[in-house]
Design a protein around this ligand. Structure first.
Ligand SMILES: [Ca+2]
Ligand SMILES: [Ca+2]
Ligand SMILES: [Ca+2]
Length: 191
């Protein structure tokens, strides 16, 4: 979670704790993709418990309580905080921190096998969260999340810098399972 922010008070049209304003006024303190928002009164009462009609309370806009929506024409004064995904690179200036990419599944075992190689993943996902020189790779079955090393299959490539390839011709069974992969990258390389 971020610190609590209280940028406005209910005077004027209401209490406006909008994400766009919070970002502008607190550069670098709010991650790019928050996953949760919490709004409480300054005394700590959750917004849902105050009985007030809340105009906005979501990850896209932030929190807004408008005085005009209240029977007594006055909102409480709220503060908000945001939760950021773990391993996000946006939480500070530590460029040596590592993050995990999202999981990718670009291929299935039909054809010659399951090809989750890094060069294809990068070229097929421009603007994604992959980096050119990953330091970790993690592969697991697409259904069931079984780690690749525990499936007993032989892999043609299982390398952070090359990616993951399972060839059907290398298996006793004649076919690979379907795998998904994710990579560990240094924040400094992404940014
Ligand atoms: Ca406030
Ligand atoms: Ca295939
Ligand atoms: Ca796959």
């Amino acid at each position: 979670w971020t610190q609590w922010f209280d940028r406005d008070d209910p005077s004027g049209t209401g209490d406006w704790e909008t994400i766009v304003d919070l970002r502008r006024e607190n550069p670098g303190k709010i991650c790019r993709d928050p996953v949760d928002i919490e709004a409480v009164t300054l005394s700590g009462l959750d917004a849902s418990q105050t009985g007030e009609n809340i105009y906005l309370n979501d990850l896209e806009n932030g929190f807004v309580c408008r005085n005009q929506d209240q029977p007594d024409w006055e909102c409480s004064d709220y503060k908000v905080r945001l939760s950021c995904a773990p391993d996000s690179c946006e939480n500070g200036a530590n460029f040596n921190k590592k993050y995990y990419s999202t999981r990718y599944n670009r291929d299935d075992p039909s054809g010659s096998g399951d090809w989750e190689h890094l060069s294809a993943l990068i070229s097929e996902n421009p603007g994604g969260d992959l980096c050119a020189e990953p330091v970790y790779i993690e592969a697991a079955t697409f259904d069931g999340e079984i780690p690749a090393i525990r499936t007993g299959e032989s892999f043609y490539s299982y390398s952070p810098t090359k990616g993951f390839v399972c060839r059907n011709s290398d298996q006793n069974t004649g076919t690979c399972r379907n795998y998904k992969v994710r990579f560990g990258c240094f924040c400094r390389i992404r940014m």
